[in-house]
Design a protein around this ligand. Structure first.
Ligand code: GLU
Length: 389
């Protein structure tokens, strides 16, 4: 057991449900579990909390309906399985939620829907409208059309993206893992459980192994990635086991779970979008002086840039990495890659002479940048939040 974590203090909660919780390979959909989950959702909604569900299980359910043999599926087989399974999955959610007089709305997203700003705003408007009318959005990746280059592939990061997109203040990841351990507990008997994570440091990242089962794509790695996306945008995250019935009530009653504190710095909607980009178009490697300057809230000047990689255009999102290779920020770059290379390491006053036009003084302006790693002192609020968990 860990401490009780009341969910009633949140305003908008995204719940991610792993395939293995909803689907049994032989028996198919776990209806009793789903019904109990929908009862938990009804009681959250009765408290005025908006609830969004990111439900995996399309491929697993399609596999079970089609009676496909175990083992890896070819891309077109898993896409066909998802097509069959997604209908059954959406119907099951819709029926089960209707017992509590709740309407469900299905949203299928692809990576492009969240990476491209116009499509992102469109998807966000639809989800917000569903919430406004009191419906519960049931969200999944559109697996039938997503191919490996253009897919999330795991619903942990998709759920984090949905959380930041909708301004949720809590993301709950339910799977067969009850939280974060210092090492994979089945491999290391000395592994200890971490109940509160106030900041996702490189040490925390190193604790996430690569574990994933046949039914679920995400392991601890993608959960920590999800945590980075969510907490950077001010959204807390809980990792808990969904193996018992009514796991949300269980979390409230003190079932073991890990709580990740939101970052203390509120960010604008545009910065939220920048922070959640999964595929930056390039990378700027910066020196120690620039790391300190960014930590103090300054823009990134060409003088601090030591290396430029990738084929990006002006306005694309790039990752900004420190001398030791750790990503510290993301932002919209003011120059095409070729020009960025030419002015890297040079003074802003020299830009016009080098490029032949008066470009922007900053390579990435601070208004277009969001820190992905905490390189400032932790704010008092963060410490307080961590103490409350
Ligand atoms: N979108 C996949 C499905 O519904 C699941 C991805 C995951 O397990 O994270 O089958």
């Amino acid at each position: 057991m860990t401490s009780r974590k009341p969910l009633g203090r949140y305003r908008r909660i995204v719940i991610k449900i792993g395939s293995a919780l909803l689907v049994d390979r032989k028996a198919g959909l776990k209806k009793a579990w789903l019904d109990a989950m929908c009862t938990d959702i009804s009681s959250l909604k009765a408290k005025g909390i908006d609830v969004l569900v990111v439900s995996s299980g399309a491929i697993a359910l399609g596999r079970s309906v089609l009676d496909l043999p175990s083992g890896a599926l070819k891309l077109e087989e898993s896409q066909a399985a998802a097509a069959v399974g997604q209908i059954a999955l959406a119907r099951a959610w819709s029926e089960s939620l209707s017992h509590g007089d709740i309407v469900a709305g299905q949203i299928l997203l692809t990576l492009g829907d969240t990476e491209e700003r116009r499509r992102y705003l469109n998807a966000r408007a639809t989800i917000n409208q569903l919430l406004k009318i009191g419906a519960v959005p049931i969200i999944n990746e559109n697996d039938t059309v997503a191919t490996s280059e253009i897919r999330y592939g795991d619903n942990d990061r998709l759920a984090a993206r949905v959380a930041t997109m909708t301004g949720a203040d809590l993301l709950v990841l339910l799977s067969d893992i009850d939280g974060l351990y210092t090492a994979p507990p089945h491999l290391d008997p000395k592994a200890t459980f971490l109940e509160t994570i106030s900041e996702i440091t490189p040490e925390i990242e190193a604790m996430a192994g690569g574990a994933a089962s046949e039914l679920s794509r995400g392991g601890m790695r993608t959960k920590i990635d999800a945590g980075k996306i969510a907490t950077t945008s001010g959204c807390a995250m809980i990792i808990a086991s969904g193996k018992t019935d009514s796991p949300l009530s269980a979390i409230e009653n003190g079932a073991r779970s890990s709580w990740f504190a939101p970052s203390g710095t509120p960010v604008t909607a545009r910065k939220t979008w920048i922070a959640g980009q999964l595929q930056p178009a390039g990378e700027l490697r910066v020196d120690d002086g620039a790391v300190t300057a960014l930590g103090a809230g300054k823009s990134l000047l060409p003088a601090g840039v030591r290396g430029v990689s990738g084929l990006f255009s002006r306005g694309d999102t790039v990752a900004i990495v420190g001398p030791e290779g750790r990503e510290i920020a993301r932002g919209l770059v003011s120059y095409d890659a070729e020009d960025a290379r030419r002015i890297a390491g040079r003074k802003s006053a020299e830009i016009e002479a080098i490029l032949g036009y008066p470009g922007r003084a900053a390579m990435v302006h601070r208004d277009d940048m969001v820190m992905t790693a905490q390189i400032r002192q932790k704010s008092e609020r963060q410490k307080k939040d961590a103490a409350h968990a």
